[in-house]
Write a protein that binds this ligand. Sequence first.
Ligand code: AMP
Length: 411
Amino acid sequence: MKVLVINCGSSTIKYQVYDAQGKVVLAKGIVARLGEKGSYLSQQTAHSDVRRELPIASHAEGFQLLVQALLDPQDGVLGDLSEIIAVGHRTVHGGDVFVESSIITDEVIRKMEELIPLAPIHNPANLLGIHEAMRIFPNVPHVAVFDTSFHQTMPRKAFLYALPYEYYEKHKIRKYGFHGTSCRYVSQEAARMLNRPIEALKMVICHLGNGVTIAAVDGGRSIDTSIGFATFSGVMMGTRSGDIDPGLTFFLNRQSGMSLEQIENLYYHESGLLGVSGVSNDMRVIVDQARAGNDRCQLALEMFAYRVKAYIGAYAAALGGLDVLVFTAGIGENAPVVREAICEGLGFLGIGLDRAKNEQALAIQSDISLAQSRVRVLVVPTNEEQMIALDTVRLAELARHATPSPSERDR
Ligand code: AMP
């Protein structure tokens, strides 16, 4: 009895197999560069590590391959496909329709299709993964876990833009927020680490990875978050600008003659750490080069830390206090120098960083605050797949109880 978790993107399929409780990872893998040169499958289990480079033309072929790899007598973890009792799907955009994870029905698929304009790249890829997985596993519950759901608890005053109200009503223009599955997982883990009820905690979550989200979480509920309608607002990211004055778009269009497509590309792919440093979108390179004396990398580092710091201040005010500051994702988990730069000067909020603990906390759960710090500063490695697996187990269980077994039906 096992649970499969699928994260299907436009050119990759990431997958993990969990035990029936959704707690232990038995296999994880990726089918990458679908339809491109250099496509491959790589899969790790406790007893094997395989990588196969071969042409993989489509998602359908990718799914076939991953199934073969999972069933492989030597390298796989499944004796038979019927061992999979439920499938969880990472799904990016649930709009304001999906306030929590859902068992996938025809109606859910129809609603997800309606949401495609809000996530034109991600939702079609997610749907493709759902269709392929349903074809292979037709008789088990499939569960959609939406990245936006966690932020659906934001109040109107936080999620609305000050545009004419009918733009919200007609076009669904509002802040949705992303990285919600990560924020939900780390906020629950943080409460568990502190052995305190989540309902009593005011947290700011700093999800600092390729994408960056800062979220204000009050009693386990998101009340505000830095990414809004599109995925480039908030803090600057690897290649995304973060918050900018919208007036720039008109200026660039009129003065420089850039098309909307070129400006969009500028904001999404040429800005952020890469744009400022001129060197890289990878914080590891930025940190190394800043240490080596590269002024633009130093500037990118300072701008990044400054922007995170400013959001922490804003969200502490929105929360009306702060108990916990959480660092997670690639940069948050692995870059002590960035965490230190962010926390510097935040003593007035009750944040006191223990430098030695901070240096040692690399991708492990740790409390890196000084003993006397009023705010607990935590490093909590994120695990979105684990959250998806747990939701899948929970909802599949509910579905089983809701559907009468053949013997119950006959009674
Ligand atoms: P994620 O999106 O969570 O996988 O984070 C990926 C990003 O984390 C990479 O692009 C790097 O910028 C950053 N990262 C990973 N390891 C480190 C590290 N040791 N120091 C600084 N940044 C890191």
